[in-house]
Design a protein around this ligand. Structure first.
Ligand code: SIN
Length: 533
């Protein structure tokens, strides 16, 4: 059993920001199930929102966030995060992150849907990559930080799981060390989940392969409260191409004048919202879904060609090159796009300091639900949330910090593999994986109905049983762990969607048409009894 002062799971902006703060205060383990460069953060294109223009104000950023959130944002949380943005940006710059600037030295500010002002700091169209590379390089220079790559966190260990009759608190976790093919026990009184979201629960997504809902599933199994999982954000503009799936056409393209057009070449968003192509994402994704169904086209298009070759190549080099590599010249023709699962607005319920309902367990970033996003996240607020909450979580922990010699010591038993066999045919795992992703896309995506949700729930119950059987009978491998988390997360999404008897934000159901809902805005909360674990 290895002991640490802090265990972080995940190497996106939240995990690395926390690690950099914690490094001077104790031994830090940072686990990642693949390589540290593989995270949702690294794929982020648009940028990070921060009030930086004298014409803009914190109040305007707060109002835009709350407006997008459709009645479910926690205003105190929004207020704190928005006002903490400049300090978070300064911290990042101190770690070496470069944001684009104008010739006069001011930040170059982009615009995205739902923002009434330009306030998106960016590094061309690969902002996440810039942040991820610089924070990772800084973390690797810290001698207290031990980076455990290809280590898959399997399950959290809590006092409830150890059968102790005391407040449920975290004592560590089990992880699969892939290189050595063994399951190791890591012990700490502080575990910070920064595992990102669950886009891979859906057939079409802008997320990397790692986004399989691991943190939410693990926390839920350990007895933590999970909130608002029905609010899955579909990005309106994922590239539509058979050879290149999952590639995002950043909202910044529309922020810089890109127009959504249908297959007839006509702009259509004005008929849905006065903000046109720059309306908040829930509205744009629903409108595109409607247009595709109405016209029978497989996709719609975003047209930025009128901005000219020089501008497009300079501002969106990644999008330009990637599209060109598959024969689409964005400087001459519109880019085909479809909506795809993009962001999990709910997650492990936390307070403004990242604390979950289990003592010592924290969740930061997309895995968490702080109340910032409400029923629909405002674009580019997520990297901001990760950076701000990571800093607050660290400060909160340090206020209550007890050195190891003063705290109770727990003996965490080693993992017992029993007589489990190797998975003989991975095809059974891939088949179930495909089935989950397809049924979630068909029944639980942009437009929902009670009947579709019921179907999804019935299928998922069977799949859950099957996956549980694999889990007990076969030796653990990453594919099986991801499948187990995927089915758990999908079930949480469906259960949450079934319990929301209204259309609100990203949860749009034909059985409860959008109107001024008579139901006062409330969170969907799910908690599993830790005693039954
Ligand atoms: C984008 O570049 O469109 C993504 C920004 C975000 O999801 O916040």
């Amino acid at each position: 059993m290895r002991e640490y002062d802090f265990i972080i799971v995940g190497t996106g902006i939240s995990g690395l920001s926390f690690a950099l703060k914690a490094a001077s205060h104790g031994r830090v383990a940072v686990l990642t199930k693949r390589s540290p460069e593989t995270s949702n953060t690294a794929w982020a294109q648009g940028g990070i929102s921060c009030v930086a223009d004298p014409q803009d104000s914190f109040d305007a950023h707060i109002a835009d966030t709350v407006d997008a959130g459709a009645g479910l944002c926690e205003e105190a949380v929004v207020n704190t995060i928005v006002r903490s943005a400049p300090a978070a940006i300064e911290d990042m710059i101190a770690q070496g992150v470069n944001f684009d600037r104008e010739a006069n030295g001011n930040f170059s500010l982009g615009r995205e849907g739902g923002h009434t002002q330009r306030r998106i700091l960016h590094a061309r169209d690969t902002t996440g990559k810039e942040i991820s590379e610089k924070l990772l390089a800084a973390a690797m220079r810290e001698k207290n930080v031990e980076l455990l790559d290809n280590h898959f966190a399997i399950d959290l260990v809590t006092t409830a799981k150890l059968g102790l009759k005391e407040e449920n608190r975290i004592v560590g976790l089990y992880a699969l060390d892939e290189a050595n093919d063994k399951i190791i026990t890591l012990r700490s009184d502080r575990v910070i989940l920064c595992t990102g979201g669950c886009g891979r629960v859906y057939l079409y997504t802008t997320n990397p392969k790692v986004a399989t809902g691991d943190g939410v599933a693990m926390a839920y199994r350990a007895g933590a409260t999970v909130a608002n999982m029905e609010f899955i954000q579909f990005h309106p503009t994922c590239l539509y191409h058979h050879d290149l799936k999952n590639f995002l056409i950043s909202e910044a393209v529309r922020g810089e004048g890109g127009i959504l057009i249908g297959k007839d070449g006509n702009e259509f968003m004005a008929a849905y919202d006065p903000r046109g192509s720059l309306a908040p994402r829930d509205i744009v994704a629903q409108a595109i879904d409607h247009e595709i169904k109405r016209t029978g086209g497989p996709c719609v298009y975003v047209d930025i060609a009128h901005r000219g070759k020089g501008y497009i190549k300079e501002r969106f080099p990644n999008i330009y090159e990637t599209c060109l590599s598959i024969g689409i010249d964005a400087t001459k023709q519109p880019i085909p796009v479809v909506p795809a699962a993009h962001y999990q607005c709910g997650g492990v319920k936390t307070d403004i300091d990242g604390a979950t309902s289990i003592a010592g367990l924290y969740a930061v970033g997309e895995v968490a639900c702080t109340g910032l996003h409400g029923a629909n996240r405002l674009a580019s607020n997520s990297l901001l949330e990760g950076a701000v909450i990571a800093a607050r979580t660290f400060e909160h922990i340090m206020k209550h910090y007890e050195p190891a010699e003063k705290t109770q010591s727990y003996n965490v038993p080693d993992w017992i593999s029993g007589d489990a066999e190797d998975v003989d045919e991975l095809v059974v795992i891939y088949h179930n994986w495909d089935e989950i992703r397809r049924l979630m896309w068909d029944y639980v995506s942009i437009v929902r109905t009670d009947k579709r949700l019921k179907r999804a729930s019935t299928r998922l119950q069977n799949l859950r049983r099957e996956v549980q059987e694999f889990y007990w009978n076969f030796k653990i491998c990453p594919e099986l762990l991801e499948l187990r988390n995927l089915v758990e997360t999908a079930s949480l999404i469906v259960k949450s969607a079934q319990s929301r008897q209204e259309s609100r934000g990203l949860h749009y159901t034909l059985d409860f048409p959008p109107s001024n809902s008579p139901i006062p805005p409330q969170n969907t909360l799910l908690t599993r009894d830790p005693v039954s674990l």
